[in-house]
Design a protein around this ligand. Structure first.
Ligand code: COA
Length: 165
C-alpha cells in the first residue's frame, strides 16, 4: 500500500491468501496508510504492528481466520479478512483495508465478495463488523456483502451484524 498510486487497471489485481512472508509488506502497508484510514480500520491510531500482531495477521489457518491480499505486481494494495467467533461459529468479524490511492475503485467490493464466498464455504452465515458511524464507504460495502440486520452504536462506533448476501 504505497503512498503513490501505481497506474491502476482492476484486471491487473490478483487476490491470493495471505502468507507468513507477507509480514514486511503488511508492515509497510500500515506505514503508508493515512491516519484517517488507519483510525477507520483500527478505531484508533496504529503506528506499527508488533511481532505478535504480524504473526497473528499473516499466519492464518484459512479455516477460522481467512485473510486475502490484493496484489498489483509485487505491491500489496489491499487486505481483507474474517475471523470466526468461537462462541458463535456461524459468525465471523470481517475487516477490509484498501490503500488510500486505490480506494473508491471497487477493490473493497472485490475483496468483500471473495470473503463472502470463502465464508460460505466454511459454514459462516453472518458477518459482524465494527465501523465508525461516519465511515460511509465501509457502511455501503457492508450492506453490499451482508444485508444489514442489526446495528448497535456506542461511542460513535457501530456494531453491525448481517446475513451474508
Ligand atoms: C471502506 C473500504 C474498505 C471500502 O473499499 P473501497 O475499495 O474504497 O470501496 P469500493 O470502491 O469497493 O466501494 C464500496 C462502496 O462504498 C462506496 N464508496 C466508496 N468510497 C466512498 C466514499 N468516499 N464515500 C461514500 N461512499 C463511498 C461505493 O460507492 C460503494 O457503494 P455501492 O456498492 O453502494 O456503490 C476502504 O475505503 C478502506 O479501506 N477504508 C479505510 C479502512 C476502513 O474503513 N475499513 C473498513 C473498516 S474494517
Amino acid at each position: 500500500m504505497s503512498a503513490e498510486a501505481s497506474p491502476f487497471d482492476p484486471r491487473d489485481v490478483r487476490l491470493r491468501p495471505i502468507r507468513p512472508d507477507d509480514k514486511v509488506l503488511l508492515q509497510r502497508g500500515l506505514a503508508n496508510l493515512s491516519l484517517e484510514s488507519t483510525v477507520q480500520r483500527f478505531l484508533g491510531p496504529k503506528p506499527s504492528f508488533s511481532g505478535a500482531e504480524l504473526r497473528y495477521l499473516t499466519e492464518v489457518d484459512m479455516t477460522d481466520h481467512v485473510a486475502l491480499v490484493a496484489m498489483l505486481g509485487d505491491e500489496l494494495i489491499a487486505v481483507g479478512r474474517f475471523v470466526r467467533d468461537p462462541k458463535h461459529p456461524h459468525q465471523a468479524e470481517v475487516a477490509i483495508t484498501v490503500g488510500d490511492p486505490w480506494q473508491g475503485k471497487g477493490l473493497g467490493t472485490l475483496l468483500g465478495d471473495a470473503l463472502v464466498e470463502a465464508a460460505r464455504e466454511r459454514g459462516i452465515t453472518e458477518f459482524t463488523a465494527l465501523l465508525q458511524g461516519t465511515n460511509r464507504a465501509a457502511h455501503r460495502l457492508f450492506s453490499h456483502v451482508a444485508g444489514q440486520l442489526t446495528t448497535r452504536t456506542a461511542d460513535g462506533v457501530d456494531e453491525l451484524v448481517g446475513a451474508l448476501a
